[in-house]
Ligand binder design. Structure first.
Ligand SMILES: [Fe+2]
Ligand SMILES: [Fe+2]
Length: 434
């Protein structure tokens, strides 16, 4: 199968031979891998923040704007570079725990609703991802009031300084959206007037003083009027050179796929099961570890466009429209291309005759998960699926793998369903404990 896969896959011409004999197989150059694997943390998080904000237009750019404000205030109050970095990253994902329309919108009221547990749920979700664990506590306390210094502690724990600053930046953005005018000076004055009423009770005084300084900065206000998320991102310093691995990206995609499934009409573990089964099949046809991870990420994110409530989801005609309105992550254009094809072509038309093997693998994983979700026994469902012959070499070969590894595939599906159900129960507990 390795040979079959290598024949299908076209690599760039800058290939190196594996020995001095005429090469039987060729590998892409190191430079090629360097180019395709540079994934920047900041742009990845910004893209995810915006994708999450797509769920409701009122949230539009809230996360990137909050991060932009937080980066300025953190610098003005002399946060260390490490603190600045953590504050900005936490700001980009701080409302991730709003898993339904109501809990997502409540934080947009300036006087925040104490009953909303989105900060606790968000912190729980971030702690699943090793890369995000350092942000978890910051997000957990991002609605803690300063309370004349009492907010130094909450629930018996020391509240990170970053949480207080994030709370201030977050409220500032909410106020800005409610009071924006064409004249920045007026906006600044109006905001300061309201913020001043919360001095010491809601926020540390030094944050308000920092904003007083910042509000005379014309450039700050000109960026704040922008509707392009990249204008905010390029102004955030200190995180620009951070890159992440494909493993990190897979973990982030896992978190995102959980959110996608909470908002979609599918079963709550649909995307995670598709991603894992697609990755499993990619490994069985001996794709490289990197390519297997990319296929898994593609499967995890295949339904990402369902979050965008601004476009209809008819096939083909909306594909270009969808592409324009989303925020592709730099360095993984090919994965987004596979995802786009999943959304623009009917599932049973995704054969290898027209498409790359990665597209076919994700499509077959989707068919497998759909089959496992119907009421027959899992073995019967898979059996029926693999008997549908398409007379397509790649498709039929992959289906024969599905038959061969059916017990492992069913195991992956069941373990995923169990894991997600457990997470949902935990989140429900947290929601009810508010
Ligand atoms: Fe919040
Ligand atoms: Fe927020």
């Amino acid at each position: 199968m390795t040979l079959f896969y290598l024949v299908i896959k076209c690599y760039p011409s800058t290939a190196v031979s594996v020995n001095s004999q005429p090469p039987l197989i060729t590998l892409p150059s190191v430079e090629y891998y360097k180019n395709i694997m540079t994934i920047h943390l900041l742009s990845t998080l910004a893209s995810i923040a915006n994708t999450i904000d797509m769920i409701n237009p009122r949230l539009n750019l809230h996360h990137v704007r909050t991060a932009f404000i937080a980066s300025h205030i953190a610098r003005l109050v002399d946060f260390s570079p490490a603190q600045q970095r953590k504050t900005v990253l936490a700001a980009l994902v701080h409302d991730i725990g709003g898993l339904n329309e109501q809990s997502r919108l409540e934080p947009l009221n300036y006087l925040d609703d104490e009953d909303n547990n989105h900060a606790l749920i968000g912190s729980e979700m971030l702690s699943w991802i090793p890369l995000f664990r350092p942000l978890s506590k910051i997000v957990r306390f991002h609605h803690t009031h300063w309370g004349n210094g009492l907010g130094y502690y909450a629930e018996g724990e020391q509240v990170p300084e970053e949480s207080h600053l994030l709370f201030f930046a977050d409220r500032l953005d909410v106020l800005y959206c409610q009071n924006r005018t064409e004249h920045s000076k007026h906006s600044g004055k109006a905001l300061l007037k309201i913020l001043d009423t919360g001095v010491k009770t809601l926020y540390k005084e030094e944050y308000i003083n920092a904003f007083r300084t910042l509000s005379s900065n014309e450039h700050f206000w000109s960026v704040m009027t922008s509707c392009n998320y990249q204008d905010y991102i390029k102004e955030i310093n200190g995180v620009n050179n951070d890159v992440i691995s494909l493993h990190n990206l897979r973990d982030i995609a896992l978190l995102l796929s959980f959110i996608i499934d909470q908002f979609s009409q599918q079963i709550p573990w649909h995307s995670i099961a598709v991603g894992r089964i697609a990755g499993f099949l990619a490994a069985r046809i001996e794709m490289s570890t990197a390519q297997t991870l990319r296929v898994e990420i593609g499967g995890l994110l295949h339904n990402i466009y369902s979050l965008d409530h601004r476009v209809s989801h008819e096939h083909t005609s909306t594909a270009k429209k969808i592409q324009k309105k989303t925020y592709p992550i730099e360095g993984i254009d090919d994965i987004f291309e596979w995802v786009l094809i999943q959304n623009s072509t009917a599932l049973d038309k995704l054969s290898a005759k027209k498409h790359e093997p990665e597209v076919v693998l994700i499509a077959i994983a989707r068919q497998v998960v759909d089959a496992l979700n119907i009421t027959k026994t899992e073995e019967e469902s898979l059996d029926l699926l693999v008997k549908r012959n398409q007379n397509d070499e790649m498709h039929d070969f992959t289906m024969s793998l599905v038959a061969q590894y059916s017990s492992q595939i069913i195991q992956i599906y069941q373990a995923t369903a169990e894991e997600v159900t457990e997470l949902m129960n935990r989140i429900e507990q947290l929601t009810n404990s508010a």
